[in-house]
Write a protein that binds this ligand. Structure first.
Ligand code: GLU
Length: 284
């Protein structure tokens, strides 16, 4: 995979919804920030639909997201990019990572891992369960087993977030060996995003602060693929009336619902902006 497709350093940003549900206030806020930053920089803004998980992603949500973005006036440049059409790129990266000894086949199930720390959202994969990357040599395809990236032990990953300032996360303390391909033969989020952001020449990633830890993991993937990471701008999260993060699966406060209730795009944005730190948004 070539790096530096955007050698002129023209700003290229992206909006990257996953079509597992309807867009909500949090997406409206993040995507309008992405839109604002791209337009302010005189750059381009691309739209990528992260539809790799065929069991959870639905075309109706892709259509709804496109309609919501158009209604919000968050226009993008060029054709919509669908991750489900880009398997060859992820496969190429899987091969490169395997050949360089960065990944290994892992037979442990998600259930086994979460049983270790049932109350943690993302338990750290135990180092005792690692296997030597050379065990991957017999595989010519990723299917049938999980693949994990072996993180460098105790190394601190630092970056300067354009919104939050300096951030540091340490491997094996904040996160462990992470999935890059699953046994159902689906490339994992971390790998697909990095491969696409490289291939699409993205210069700045604007997304929610829930992905700060992913950024540290993704920086390791950039390094392993010998590519330079983009700039990062993480947005504060929008919370619901009980102070919890908005999630697509709750169905509450979707842009479609708010629209039906008579909200305007500007009204939606000011509502989202006023509930960034756990206050309660209500229907207009
Ligand atoms: N697809 C992810 C989401 O909907 C965002 C990925 C990213 O911006 O890196 O949460």
């Amino acid at each position: 995979m070539p790096c530096g497709q955007n050698s002129s350093k023209t700003y290229i940003g992206r909006m990257a919804p996953t079509p597992t549900g309807c867009l909500h206030l949090g997406h409206a806020r993040t995507f309008s920030e992405a839109h604002r930053r791209a337009r302010q920089a005189g750059g381009r803004l691309l739209l990528r639909i992260e539809d790799l998980d065929s069991l959870r992603c639905k075309e109706e949500f892709t259509r709804a997201a496109i309609e919501d973005l158009q209604w919000m006036g968050l226009h993008w440049d060029g054709d919509v990019v669908l991750q489900s059409h880009r398997r060859h790129l992820y496969l190429d990266a899987w091969r490169r990572l395997k050949e360089a000894g960065h990944i290994y086949p892992c037979h442990r199930s998600r259930r086994e891992i979460s049983a270790l720390a049932p109350h943690e959202e993302e338990p750290i994969f135990p180092v005792e369960w690692r296997v030597d990357p050379s065990e991957g040599n017999v595989f010519t395809e990723p299917a049938g087993v999980n693949w994990r990236f072996r993180v460098p032990d105790h190394v601190a990953i630092s970056f300067t977030d354009q919104n939050f300032g300096p951030i540091e996360k340490t491997a094996l303390r904040d996160f462990g060996d992470f999935l890059i391909w699953n046994r159902e033969d689906v490339p994992a989020y971390e790998l697909a995003v990095v491969v696409d952001d490289i291939a699409m020449g993205i210069t700045e990633v604007v997304r929610g602060a829930d992905l700060l830890l992913s950024t540290a993991r993704q920086i390791l993937l950039y390094r392993a693929l010998h590519c330079v990471p983009p700039d990062w701008f993480h947005c504060p999260l929008v919370c619901d009336d009980s102070g919890r993060r908005l999630a697509k699966r709750t169905g509450g406060l979707s842009l479609q619902q708010l629209r039906t209730l008579g909200a305007s795009p500007a009204g939606i944005l000011s509502q989202a902006n006023s509930y960034l730190e756990g206050d309660a948004p209500s229907a207009p």
